[in-house]
Design a protein around this ligand. Sequence first.
Ligand code: GLY
Length: 371
Amino acid sequence: MPETVRVNLPGREYDVRIGPGLIAAAGDHIAPFLKRSRVAVISDETVAALHLDSLRDGLAEQGIAMQSLTLPAGEATKSWGPLEQSVEWLLDQKVERGDMVVAFGGGVIGDLAGFAAAVLRRGVRFVQIPTSLLAQVDSSVGGKTGINAPQGKNLIGAFHQPALVLADTSVLGTLTPRDFLAGYGEVVKYGLLGDSDFFEWLEENGPALAAGDMDARVEAVRWSVQMKADIVERDETEQGDRALLNLGHTFGHALEAATGYSDRLLHGEGVAIGCAMAYELSARLGLCSQESPSRVRAHLRTMGMKTDLKDIEGDLPGATDLLDLMGQDKKVVQGQLRFILARGIGEAFVTADVPSEAVLGVLQDALRDKG
Ligand code: GLY
């Protein structure tokens, strides 16, 4: 039996089912939601090559037919062109209001297909089958869907909750170690933002989990998803607490923009470095002891992850330019940048009260260290 986390949003409740073998059993899980035995699946080339046949077989076991659209892998797919292509394809497949769209892939496909489902006929239900660790612990849960704009990431979108999430932990074994660890950046984020017990558990179990221990993987995904569900239930549309999930993202998004959203820095890697920098900033502002950022960095290093700006290959812009890039963040309110800072491990909070000189100081020192 898979683990189940229930997301209790009134009128839009859904299960996140977590465990190995869920793709092979997709038909059993999805059939109760269908009015007719067919689904439209949106995927990418990498995931389709590895897992689309298993999904087709899993659905066929319950007599569910499947049409699929396969898009190029990568962040560039989260844009207007592929969105238009997806919506028109769904219309060509004659997907109706009562049908189900399946988002089968990592965060890019989940966000894009979820948004296509949100705007198709003013809203069609969809299932998330996340295939990356990052998507399993974060982007597939909570209903954020959308695409990127030239002005910044995720600036166009809608809240559209899935009807079901199937997080098949056996597919994590097909990720490259780099992609796995990038997703692990988001797992660490949960411990740091709200649960020091979880962070301690990760310090103890992180290496086994990275080495492939399935029970540890299921537990890490379950714990992360439970924390996300609790936050989303309190604040679905990010008026308050949900912003905590952006710990590490203000620095991270600026670094991603500075590296051209390229292979130089994956999203989860930016989040991990960003978490370390947010803790560094918190320590400098006297909010937490220096031990906290040291402990964050020590764990990331033990896991073999990028921890500092010096771990990013190639040149970076200067501190002032990085600060400007932060100004493009969605979390800017009335021109003021909001930061997620921390009073200790597991004790994050949202604040707009951060002197830009302090942020500049952290960036300048990290850049100096990079040399
Ligand atoms: N990934 C952040 C959120 O879902 O709010």
